[in-house]
Design a protein around this ligand. Sequence first.
Ligand code: NAP
Length: 321
Amino acid sequence: MKAISVSTFGGPDVLKLQDLADPRRPEAGEVLIRVKAAGVNPYDTYMRAGTYGAKNPTLPYIPGSDAAGIVEAVGGGVDLKPGDRVYTTGTITGAYAELTLCNRAQVHRLPAGVTYAQGASVYVPYATAYRALFQLSRAKPGETILVHGASGGVGLAAIQFASAAGMRVIGTAGSDAGLQAVTREGAQAAVNHKSADYQKQILDLTHGSGVDVILEMLANVNLSHDLKMLANRGRVVVIGSRGSVEITPREIMLREASVLGVYLWGVPDDEAAEIHAAIQAGLNAGTLRPVIAAEIPLASAPDAHRKVMEPGAHGKIVLVS
Ligand code: NAP
């Protein structure tokens, strides 16, 4: 099969298209999938660079965890059959490939009407958004949610979950295309996080009372300002951070606020089951509609890794085979 292989950590050009042996036949409880699309997530780039800490893979490896495609073969005891449309929440052998081997628990049915590119854009973004919004901040209908970095995969997923649940959503983006995506997907207001006065614009939208919940995609830049935009008993959920930041703890005390963090790979099984059920329901109902910004051929994976780290997000980047 053709696959992207990484044999040394480094920049995007260490992603090499190679002819590799197909994965082994699936054993009991395993599923072999013919991959039609693979989602590109920022953490794929941290792993490729060798900067992902505890979860750095053993070299060589095939990147990617979010795939969508068609079941090719199944091992014993598996309730799927060849031809079924599926998406993954992880793989055994890597998603940036024509074939990927998975455990049954990593494979979920792709509802009719959801494309493969969309299926490859489901798990990391939507599970992260759900966990931050419902399981950690415990956001409620009627509350005001600031999705700080709303134009990317996690942000657009959070807008869709929050608006379907009756929350008032303010989303930020840094480009016109991103701002348009934010309002199109359900935010009541979109604010450019590059504007000098964007924090004032957000506070004005709440008539000065502050937002109840902030989902933060770049905490090292924004956390100290976020604390000043919170309502009493407000919660900030740190989803992304690319460095350190100084904060004034008094801003937390004054509001009896909370700062929480998400780690998608540490979710207990019972809460993961809740996440899968919510995603399946939303995909079936059409309230969750993954937004695709670009479909890029598998061979051009280096371009996809460059693109996902550039400003101007307006949906997901997926690799297609
Ligand atoms: P993405 O699709 O690349 O989107 C990145 C988002 O960050 C875009 O909306 C971008 O907006 C925004 N952004 C850029 N500069 C910003 C600023 N100064 N203030 C606020 N937002 C800014 O990435 P993603 O998949 O949504 O992931 C977002 C972050 O969460 C990444 O750092 C990722 O590694 C992390 N993450 C963490 C977990 C976890 O378990 N903790 C899980 C999934 C993702 P513009 O491009 O419009 O400027």
